[in-house]
Design a protein around this ligand. Structure first.
Ligand SMILES: Cc1cc2nc3c(=O)[nH]c(=O)nc-3n(C[C@H](O)[C@H](O)[C@H](O)COP(=O)(O)O)c2cc1C
Length: 238
C-alpha cells in the first residue's frame, strides 16, 4: 500500500485535514502532504500553524501540529515540487484526497490544469484511474461549481462534500469533523475496528416516535475531545 496523498487548499475546514492525517498515521499509514498558497494562509488562520513560503513544514512544526508520531510518517512536499514522487503516475498511492478542496482547485482539476503539486497529484489520480476523493467546502454553490463537480464525478472522482450529518447526535465540533473524516476513510477502503455503523432506529417510548439507536457496542462519543481523532459514532450507511 503506497502513501496516501493529502492536498490541503484554501477552502475553510483545515481541521478536517488535520483529523484525517492524524487518523491515517494512527492507523499505520504514511502520508504525502502538500499545501497550496491559499491553503497555507487558511492553515495559519484556522489552526495557527505557520508553513514556509512553499508550504513546507519543519519537523518541529509538524510535530507541533500533528503530534510527534507524524514525523517520519508524513512527507510534506513544497507545493512547487513538480519533481516530487506524487507528480508521477509511477508513484503508487494509497489514494489521493483533496481536503478541504476550494472551488478554485476544483475548477483547475476539472480542467486538467496543474499549477502546483496538489493539482498535479489529482490530475495523476484521474489519468491513472486511481482513487481521487475531493472534499469541497463552499456555500452556496454556483452553477460553475456544480458543473465542475459533475464533470469530476463523471471522470470517476468521489465528490465528498464537507457536509456532516446530525443523525449521529454530535456533541461537539470534533464529532461533526469525525463524521466527514470517517466517510473519507471508508472511501479509501480503510476499515477500522472503532468505526461505528448505523444500526437503525428504535421506537422511543417517551414520544411514541423513532429515534436513533445506539445499538450494541455503539456507545455515544465523549462530549468533548479537543482535536483527539477518536472517531465519532456513525450510525447510518449513507
Ligand atoms: C479564511 C479563508 C477561507 C476561505 N474559505 C473558502 C472556502 O470555504 N471555499 C472556497 O472555495 N474558497 C475559500 N476561500 C478562498 C480561497 O482560498 C481562494 O479562492 C484561493 O484562491 C483558493 O486557492 P487554491 O485553490 O489554490 O487553494 C477562503 C479564503 C480564506 C482566506
Amino acid at each position: 500500500m503506497g502513501r496516501t496523498f493529502v492536498g490541503m487548499t484554501g477552502a475553510s475546514g483545515h481541521l478536517y485535514a488535520e483529523v484525517l492525517v492524524r487518523r491515517l498515521v494512527a492507523l499505520g499509514r504514511e502520508v504525502d502532504l502538500a499545501i497550496t498558497d491559499a491553503g497555507s494562509k487558511v492553515l495559519a488562520h484556522e489552526r495557527g500553524i505557520q508553513s514556509g513560503a512553499n508550504g513546507e513544514l519543519s519537523d518541529v512544526a509538524l510535530a507541533d501540529w500533528l503530534g510527534p508520531e507524524a514525523v517520519g510518517r508524513v512527507y510534506v512536499w513544497r507545493r512547487d515540487a513538480v519533481e516530487a514522487p506524487p507528480s508521477s503516475g509511477t508513484h503508487m498511492t494509497g489514494g489521493t484526497v483533496l481536503i478541504p478542496c476550494s472551488m478554485g482547485t476544483l475548477a483547475r482539476v476539472s480542467a486538467g490544469f496543474s499549477s502546483n503539486l496538489v493539482e498535479r497529484a489529482a490530475d495523476v489520480a484521474l489519468k491513472e484511474g486511481r482513487n481521487l476523493i475531493l472534499v469541497p467546502r463552499e456555500t452556496p454553490l454556483s452553477e460553475i461549481h456544480l458543473e465542475n463537480m459533475l464533470r469530476l464525478a463523471r471522470l470517476g472522482a468521489v465528490i465528498l462534500p464537507a457536509m456532516p450529518g446530525f443523525y449521529h447526535q454530535p456533541q461537539s465540533v470534533e464529532d461533526l469533523v469525525e463524521h466527514v473524516v470517517g466517510k473519507v476513510l471508508d472511501r479509501l477502503g480503510i476499515d477500522r475496528d472503532d468505526a461505528v455503523r448505523w444500526s437503525g432506529l428504535e421506537p422511543s417510548p417517551e414520544r411514541g416516535t423513532e429515534r436513533p439507536s445506539t445499538g450494541p457496542g455503539t456507545e455515544r462519543p465523549a462530549t468533548s475531545r479537543g482535536t483527539d481523532p477518536t472517531p465519532a459514532q456513525e450510525r447510518r450507511p449513507s
